[in-house]
Design a protein around this ligand. Structure first.
Ligand code: NAD
Ligand code: GLY
Length: 363
């Protein structure tokens, strides 16, 4: 039985289906129901292709669709203009028309890249997100942010472009390396902190089973995360306000990723450190109690995150925060917690606050 979460965005609304073993069957059934066209390109990466590429292509072919499988190298570097150019040419050579659709079969890298291609090829074709990492299932496949990187920075070219459908097949998580799975768990914990104290409590109770990929326990947790993201995105699709709360822990997290060089830390590993920093700043400026800071730290540690700050001077870590997309007119914008389950966006955090937190955390 699949859990279904609806993303309510008027004519751009869509469903997220979450279940164990649903991908091939639901993709063929729903592509027909949604009238997605008879031709498609599955975009995947070099790690996911040998695991699941042929199964998905064959399932579509078995239902009479013409499906081609396009593979990009695994890793962040594929979110580039160069790889995008190659993909556009493949699509044009294969004569994919506006009636065709694209399936993004992979983690956040493939989802962002294939979504960007779908948003721009022939001024936009339908696309389906088939996320294969925990991070992609709870975060990047939902909400329509699609982008590629420039040498100057991450996600600098992109669009808001919603998929027609998201199919999160938990069976695919079985092959996901533990470190990648843990990285996704940082975003799961984030949803508890920003929106749902009950979810946070449930994570405290069931973390061990979740980390052991107990699918029966994971399914409702992933569904709840998708529900929260759907709720936020349907109120603020283009991030004019509320959507920024999804960035809890990300201001410091992004700075750590930038300073360490992308690849040094997985996204969730940097966000975990960023969430602890944000929790401490929340104690100082947001009224979060010391006991709640301790609960956040303890859950992150139990999930196996190393929360040691990178050995870089404060001046290096603050520089990327000043150019953070959330910074407005030179003021830093932070997402802080009032209590577990409730956050707000503020520009009341000063560089001195961050420096103090940084230095205290290093002791
Ligand atoms: P990823 O896509 O690089 O996947 C991580 C690694 O796991 C890759 O090597 C991949 O090949 C491998 N992999 C994927 N699925 C697998 C499976 N089932 N079994 C075995 N191996 C598998 O990384 P990610 O963490 O999923 O995504 C990170 C990207 O997501 C970043 O580019 C980030 O900018 C983006 N992102 C986007 C949004 C958004 O809203 N659009 C939100 C968060 C992150
Ligand atoms: N990952 C943040 C967002 O989708 O807005």
């Amino acid at each position: 039985m699949a859990n279904t979460v609806h993303v309510a965005l008027g004519e751009r609304s869509y469903d997220i289906l979450i279940g164990d073993g649903l991908l091939s069957g639901e993709l063929t059934r729903l592509s027909a129901k949604l009238k997605l066209g008879r031709r498609c390109a599955i975009i995947t990466d070099s790690t996911v292709r040998p695991l699941y590429g042929a199964t998905v292509r064959d399932a579509l072919a078995g239902a009479g669709l013409q499906a081609s499988l396009l593979t990009v190298p695994a890793g962040e570097n594929s979110k580039s203009l160069k790889v995008s150019g190659e993909l556009y040419e493949h699509l044009a050579t294969a004569q994919l028309s506006r009636r065709s659709f694209i399936v993004a079969l992979g983690g956040g890298v493939v989802g962002d890249l294939a979504g960007f291609i779908a948003a721009t090829y022939l001024r936009g074709v339908d696309f389906v997100q088939a996320p294969t990492t925990l991070l992609a299932m709870v975060d990047s496949s939902v909400g329509g942010k699609v982008a590629i990187n420039l040498p100057q920075g991450k996600n600098l070219v992109g669009a808001f472009y919603q998929p027609r459908l998201v199919l999160a097949d938990l069976a695919l998580l079985r092959s996901l390396p533990e470190r990648e799975f843990r990285s996704g768990m940082a975003e799961v914990i984030k949803y508890g902190v920003i929106y749902d104290a009950k979810l946070f409590e449930l994570l405290e109770q069931r973390l061990d089973a979740l980390m052991a990929k107990d699918m029966a326990q994971l399914a409702p947790v992933i569904a709840r995360c998708c529900e929260i993201k759907a709720d936020v995105v349907s109120q603020d699709e283009r991030e004019s306000g509320l959507r920024a709360i999804l960035n809890f822990g990300h201001t410091v997290g992004h700075a750590i990723e930038a300073v360490a060089g992308y690849g040094g830390y997985l996204h969730g590993e940097a966000v975990a450190i960023g969430m602890l920093a944000a929790a401490r700043l929340s104690q100082k400026r947001g009224g979060l109690g010391a006991a709640d800071v301790a609960r956040i730290e303890s859950l992150l540690r139990r999930a196996g995150f190393d929360l040691t700050l990178p050995a870089v001077p404060f001046a290096k870590i603050i520089a990327p925060m000043r150019v953070d997309k959330k910074a407005v007119e030179g003021k830093l914008r932070f997402v802080l917690a009032r209590r577990i389950g409730e956050v707000f966006v503020t520009d009341a955090v000063t560089e001195a606050d961050i420096e103090e937190t940084w230095n205290v955390s290093r002791r």
